[in-house]
Design a protein around this ligand. Structure first.
Ligand code: EPU
Length: 420
């Protein structure tokens, strides 16, 4: 298993290009199942979750081809599907595999998808996906660890989500795109990734209004067709790089990002004393002052502060003066990185859903283990500012969602070695 050895203390200077959004590319790839015609996706990040989704779709019979000249451009052609099944081994390694449920059911009237089970950040059930698909007319049973869904044609209806769910909204939006009649989703997720998927579905021939707001109207189309789409930039990767610039000091430029998707994160970082300026509508410049201030944060659904930025923000707060209260409201168990940061010298107390970070504490390099993708990113950030050497184990978590992050950070002055 790969590890990172990080030599802390370097300033970061220069420009980094932000990758395409993993969490927008995954549903976009699943949308290929909705049509027998090819779908071309540009700006897909070359990360492990995208490879896993390619493998899953390939298992079903989708032809997945990477462009020989551009590794971020993928053509997916679901002309014939051999298996309408997402097996346990693939769902276990990537929960987003459940995004194939809605499209398979809508196009073929049948799907068998392994139940994902819990993961390092919480229980993460999919009951809301299933309830909404039932409302569209599917019969769903769970047996032997699998969800078996069948439908004799889905019919549009009004669906009120009891709780906001990102992939739930995406799954149901894709199913509704092939249903007969109109579906209205209420309390839908407003994440930019949902809006990006709606844009793609629109290019494929669906009529969707309101994506990006909490009420989404989908007029079902009998058939969807070929399309080409460029995935939006990754707002979590961009946020992680903003924190990198803030924690390590220096002067960093982020290229090809969407500042308008980063409003909540930028506001907190600016309150903490980091200077962020927008050089143009696709670029940001981040400069760190000598001194950071503690600022409380509560994670929320978009447009609030993303849970996917909570761990990275915690790393930053270890370097800020005063006490910061970080409240996690989305996942019940997303503080596993805290104990690793404490091993590096941080002063963090967990009380239920709140972490109290008291700073500023000097961090010193240690051997740390990451439990999930964003936790791994936070430990890399802590390593950038720690004295001596930090060894981050189980880097495969990081490789799920950040493309060659060590090479890109090294190109702006970090000192990170990958060892096998
Ligand atoms: N929930 C339910 N029932 C459901 C669905 C969700 O109770 O049927 C609960 C979850 O357990 C959680 C909350 O609702 O407590 C929100 O979960 P959501 O469904 O929105 O999360 P998700 O769709 O599984 C996506 C991202 C996550 C990100 C969350 C929250 C993708 C592929 N994944 O997950 O990304 O943290 O939304 O924004 O889009 C990551 O990239 O590191 C990551 C974990």
């Amino acid at each position: 298993m790969d590890k990172f050895i990080i030599q802390g203390g370097s300033r970061l200077e220069g420009a980094v290009t932000v990758s395409g959004a993993k969490n927008a590319a995954l549903p976009a790839m699943a949308a290929a199942l909705l049509t027998s015609e090819p779908l071309v996706l540009a700006n897909c990040p070359a990360v492990r979750d995208i490879a896993t989704m390619s493998q899953l779709l390939g298992h079903m019979g989708v032809r997945v081809e990477k462009d020989a000249r551009d590794p971020h451009r993928i053509t997916l052609h679901a002309e014939r599907i051999a298996r309408r099944e997402a097996p346990y081994d693939l769902v276990r390694t990537m929960r987003a595999s459940v995004l194939t449920l809605g499209p398979l059911l809508a196009r073929f009237g049948q799907a068998r998808v392994s139940l994902p089970g819990g993961c390092a950040i919480g229980a993460r059930p999919i009951d809301l996906h299933l309830k909404a698909l039932e409302q569209l007319g599917a019969s769903v049973k769970t047996e032997h660890g699998y969800v078996e869904a069948r439908a004799d044609g889905l019919r549009g209806t009004r669906i009120l989500f009891d709780r906001i769910t990102v992939t739930g909204t995406e799954n149901v939006m894709m199913a509704a795109a092939l249903a007969s009649g109109e579906t209205v989703l209420e309390n839908a997720a407003r994440e930019p990734e949902v809006a990006d998927l709606a844009e793609l579905l629109g290019k494929m021939g669906a009529k969707i209004d309101g994506a990006g707001t909490s009420t989404v109207r989908i007029a079902g189309a009998g058939k969807l067709h070929a399309a080409e789409h460029t995935v939006i930039p990754d707002r979590v990767e961009a946020g992680t790089l903003l924190v990198a610039g803030g924690i390590a000091g220096g002067d960093l430029e982020l290229l090809s990002c969407r500042p308008d998707h980063l409003t909540a994160v930028m506001a907190k970082l600016q309150d903490a004393g980091i200077t962020i300026t927008s050089t143009d509508e696709k670029s940001l410049r981040v400069r760190a002052p000598g001194r950071l201030q503690s600022v409380d944060v509560t994670t929320e659904e978009y447009p609030g502060f993303a849970t996917d930025m909570q761990a990275q923000y915690m790393a930053l707060m270890t370097q800020a003066e005063g006490a910061a209260v970080i409240t996690e409201t989305i996942f019940e168990n997303r503080f596993l990185h805290a104990s690793e940061m404490v091993r590096m010298g941080a002063d963090i107390t967990i009380e239920g859903r709140q972490a109290i970070v008291r700073g500023k504490t000097p961090l010193s390099g240690a051997n740390v283990i990451a439990s999930d993708l964003r936790a791994s990113a936070s430990l890399v950030l802590a390593g950038l500012v720690a004295s001596g050497e930090t060894v981050v184990d189980r880097v495969y978590h990081l490789d799920r969602g950040y493309e060659r992050i060590e090479e890109r950070l090294n190109s702006v002055g970090a000192r990170i070695r990958r060892v096998r």
